[in-house]
Design a protein around this ligand. Structure first.
Ligand code: H2B
Length: 98
């Protein structure tokens, strides 16, 4: 079980992730990325994937051509999933790749 962020922790964390949108319905954060072409989008996804595997924390994402939509939430958090520090850490890492 992973600790789910409470409202205060979540709001503080989101202040440092201004490009990410909070989804109260899922207790998740998401961000849309647009690259020059598919190769650049996939290179980004490859970097994220390598890090995600090392961190044992994986994104939910959708890619079409040069666009990548990323959503982060922790399946193991709380009773039925939610936002954890792992999501915040992964979002910051992802931001460092763009
Ligand atoms: C067993 C469990 O699947 C692993 O500990 C990891 C894998 N990657 C994961 N990724 C995400 N987003 N949430 C998780 O709870 C999670 N759990």
């Amino acid at each position: 079980m992973v600790a789910q962020l409470n409202e205060t922790e979540r709001d503080a964390a989101l202040k440092e992730l201004s490009d990410w949108k909070y989804d109260p319905g899922r207790d998740a954060i998401s961000r849309k990325f647009k690259f020059g072409d598919f190769a650049q989008a996939f290179a980004f996804m490859t970097r994220v994937a390598i890090h995600a595997e090392k961190a044992d924390h994986h994104p939910e994402w959708f890619n079409v051509y040069n666009k990548v939509d990323v959503a982060l939430t922790t399946h193991d958090a709380g009773d039925n999933g939610g936002l954890s520090q792992r999501d915040i850490d992964l979002a910051k890492k992802i931001d460092s790749f763009v």
